[in-house]
Design a protein around this ligand. Sequence first.
Ligand code: C6P
Length: 413
Amino acid sequence: MIQSNTITKELDVYAIRQQFPALNRQVKGQPLVYFDNAATTQKPQVVIDALVDYYTNYNANVHRGIHTLAEEATAAFEASRDAARQFINAASREEIIFTRGTTEGINLVAFTWGRKNIKAGDEIIITEMEHHSNIVPWQLLCEEKGATLRVIPQLNGELLLDEYKKLLSSRTKLVSVVHVSNALGTVNPVEEIIKLAHQAGALVMIDGAQSSVHLDIDVQAMDCDFFAFSSHKVYGPTGIGVLYGKKHILEAMPPFQGGGEMIKEVSMLKTTFNDLPYKFEAGTPNIGDAVVLKAALDYVSKVGKEKIRNHEKELLAYATEQVQQIPGIRIIGSAAEKVSVLSFVIDKVHPQDIGILLDNRGIAVRTGHHCAQPLMFCFGIPGTIRASFAMYNTKEEVDKLIVGLQKALKMLL
Ligand code: C6P
């Protein structure tokens, strides 16, 4: 039976929805139902305003000029670094490197730390649950160095830790693991994974693309060596992200790209490199989006991650229960610990057909392999239909999804 509710005890979803202008638009003549939040979140007005304010009032290059605009832009850029430090509880601002996003953060580590430290015969461990951006950089590195990529298997969306223990050895130099699976929503036990890796003498990189918006991140408590996330999945702009690395590890790493900003002194004979974090930030950075990241992180903190999490948990439980009642639907990934991602397949129906029919009703979901083809292979499917919920979604919207699915199935079967 379909039932709706309005305001959850803790979070005034309707007040929050007013702050996201995109949610007011119509798609195909219907109010937009945006359930593609794992791909990217919509932006609150404060984030949009912060970007307009930057380009309207203090657009300038950073760390270079002594004029007022340059000083204002530099102060805002560095304040955003401080906000990011606080958001993941890094020990120091030198450990916060601005990147284009999670993908660039992982590639930076593979390119610099990896090239220096990985040798023939070494091993890197990842999992079956990885996004392509935490597979391909390590494949490229292993191929170049003659190293081996090992993979922790999963069952029904949970990693098999006993198999992981068997893979660890003195040959293991790095373990790189997704914190939260984008395709299934599984929250992986990263603390235990990190502890075991460190006992084996390996470093650990955590792909935080999906976790940073849902979970409280404390990189010091977690004790990871690297952590990467993207602003656009945390209600911020695209084109900016953060790579965290432990200071002593970053200090020992060679630079990523060469150019302005990352140097201390350049002569035709020799170049010395800038201090952290600038050593890894060559060229004019994405200043506007970096500045705006602070507005997004502040917004999330102000609403309160725990409240958001509770609301999303309620939505996931409700949607799971409703979807399970539709004959022929199979949920993919049944981990005990999940964030608000619901992936499913339907007997005899291609996910893309469902995606198109839902879009005709104004409902945005993602269909396909979700850049996790090896994981789809494990489940023996080409892809799923994925509905991913954010702080502004409601049970009424879930009801619309259920009706949309029922109508689509009537049409297709
Ligand atoms: N996943 C999704 O729809 P970028 O593109 O660099 O911001 O993030 C890459 C990335 C890395 N790891 C995980 C776990 C991710 O989910 C993503 C992005 C989106 O699931 C787009 S493919």
